[in-house]
Design a protein around this ligand. Sequence first.
Ligand code: F6R
Length: 363
Amino acid sequence: DKGLYRHYMLKEIYEQPDVIARVLEGRIHQGHVLEQVFGSGASELFDQVKMVQIVACGTSYNAGVVARYWIEKLVGIPCMVEVASEFRYRKTVCMPGTLFITISQSGETADTLSALREAKEQSYLGFLSICNVAGSSLVRESDLAIMTNAGPEIGVASTKAFTSQLVVLMLTTLVLARRYGFDDEQEIVAQLEQLIGLTEQVLALDPQIQKMAEHFVDKHHALFLGRGTIYPVAVEGALKLKEISYIHAEAYPAGELKHGPLALVDEDMPVVAIAPNNSLLEKLQANLEEVRARGGKLFLFADSKAQVKPGNDLELITLPDVPTVMAPIIYSIPLQLLAYYVACLKGTDVDQPRNLAKSVTVE
Ligand code: F6R
């Protein structure tokens, strides 16, 4: 039931504060993540993890890319991420002590399931599934599973499933990190708890984002830029826009701009930049000035730390200041709303975009 919402997608975007609360419920105790929520034998398995291989498709893959940054930073062990359709068909090398993680909303995605079956023929340490559907094939065939508790997602474009995957991936990062001497777990857990309120604040930007969407209606292309953990958020934002509004959108790590895509920038190519305060903000701002110098119009999502000169060539949406590790979760929400409102203005079928199915059970 859509309730008062015009589309399931909008309803699901707005459910995110509740979903995050549900993801955390029963998983945290006195500032620490409970390991038993990953399944029996989880602790013994986590004790032996020296490396992580993540496999997924689409939006779930983008969540995996965010997790790579988190795992390598906070745990300090190597983490590889690959799209399932590539992983399953190439010769891969499994290093001893590697935990194999699949991420999937449905748990029935053919390529992800086949990649898991393929990997089970190799010497992985164990198989963890991060999934939204209990009892799905992926969950049944994995040693360990943790549910994302997002509730049914009806809109084909994944929204609340993505943010719930990110929260679970952060819980996973924390249980691994404590084995490698990470001592800020309580701090990160407190930040996770603050996410619920922050998400509500970001949703309140809805009218501003709706206004911004008008600039995209007559465009055929858009470029999304981010750096670090925000690069996969840019990729996810571009995916949302192309899926439901049919505008060709591409994401680039901002540092790659000079290596090719800058040639595309002119007044017909809107550039969406996602720029929370982090150690890469200054570098990203330099990239943005390069865009402006070439007549490109910028649509910037940033916080109070961003220093940009206002002008006709810049539309700015200011988000609350958020802790750096939480930024990928928070910043994905305005991009969902942007794609949603562009699609509404274009009159496309938001919940059922052409050519796409909710669950891709054939390859
Ligand atoms: C995008 C989207 C798809 C899915 C992909 C994987 O909005 O929904 O890209 O993320 O088909 O599906 P799951 O997560 O069910 O394995």
